[in-house]
Ligand binder design. Structure first.
Ligand code: IPD
Length: 277
């Protein structure tokens, strides 16, 4: 049965590479920027073009499947996960990086059936690193198997996070308070690279020990969650409970201990759910 999804994953890889090529070309040129939910929630014509390209080519092959995409959702399409096979797509993760020509930009394609994530493909458009994982079959970067870090000690940890689109004083206070708490635990460092999916791939690779964020979306999480799990890692909700794809928040870590330590330390920044009506 799951053989069926293997074919879909091969198509996802081809599609991500094609999209990556378009993004790589556009990266060199001037970008036309507009804003979405806030002055720092950015979109370019390339985000929309690449999402159309991905969805139309997948829809042609899989007309009965459903699609959740960052830009289709921004345009008002419902972001609902049903039991149907569903592709969850971020055409450009790291749009702000893309706009500034900061070379951390990825295409992310996740796939869920019966609300379970089956596979994930993340393509770093500039480095051409391809991260892939299918449930039960391991995680890979360019075909080399990935393994998360085994670190449990916070005072030896390299942590990644991202900022999110809310910049009101109350949010910023919680955001910096969370960082402060981890810095007080004497973590080695905290990094913000501007792409949630590529940050999560660093956790899958063992280059970072953990990642947490409030305000990301299901299309930032879907593919990466499979990749981290298949690399032996943990992906949980910031409450410490199971991951909720639509909840706009995540803690990911190589070890259970580190995931739960971070979940306990950080305070919640509330964002509207992706599947709000
Ligand atoms: C965003 C980036 C950013 C993170 C946001 C994401 P986008 O994705 O990953 O680093 O802080 O929460 O939504 O808008 O570039 O696809």
């Amino acid at each position: 049965y799951s053989k069926q999804w293997e074919g879909c994953m091969e198509i996802a890889v081809q599609t991500a590479r094609t999209a990556g090529q378009v993004i790589r070309e556009a990266f060199k040129h001037e970008k036309e920027v507009s804003t979405k939910s806030s002055p720092v929630d950015l979109v370019t014509e390339t985000d929309r073009l690449v999402e159309d390209l991905i969805i139309s080519s997948l829809r042609e092959k899989y007309p009965s499947h459903r699609f959740i995409g960052e830009e289709s959702s921004a345009a008002g399409e419902k972001c609902l996960l049903t039991d149907s096979p569903t592709w969850i797509i971020d055409p450009i993760d790291g749009t702000c990086n893309f706009i500034h020509s900061f070379p951390m930009v990825a295409v992310s394609i996740g796939f869920a059936v019966n609300k379970e994530l089956e596979f994930g493909v993340i393509y770093h458009c500039l480095d051409k690193n391809l991260y892939t994982a299918r449930k039960g079959h391991g995680a890979f970067c360019n075909g080399i198997q990935l393994q998360v870090s085994k670190e449990t000690d916070m005072s030896k940890a390299l942590i990644l996070t991202e900022i999110g689109a809310k910049r009101d004083p109350a949010t910023l206070k919680i955001f910096s308070g969370n960082m402060e708490r981890l810095l007080k635990a004497q973590v080695h460092g905290i990094r913000v690279i501007g792409s949630a999916t590529l940050a999560l791939c660093q956790v899958a690779s063992g280059a970072a020990d953990a990642y947490y964020q409030f305000g990301l979306h299901c299309w930032d999480i879907a593919a990466a969650a499979v990749i981290i799990r298949e690399a032996g890692g943990n992906v949980i909700d910031t409450s410490g409970g199971p991951l909720d794809l639509m909840s706009r928040r995540i803690v990911a870590a190589g070890t259970v201990e580190m995931a739960h330590y971070i979940a306990q330390e950080i305070q919640t920044i509330t964002y509207e759910r992706d599947d709000h009506n």
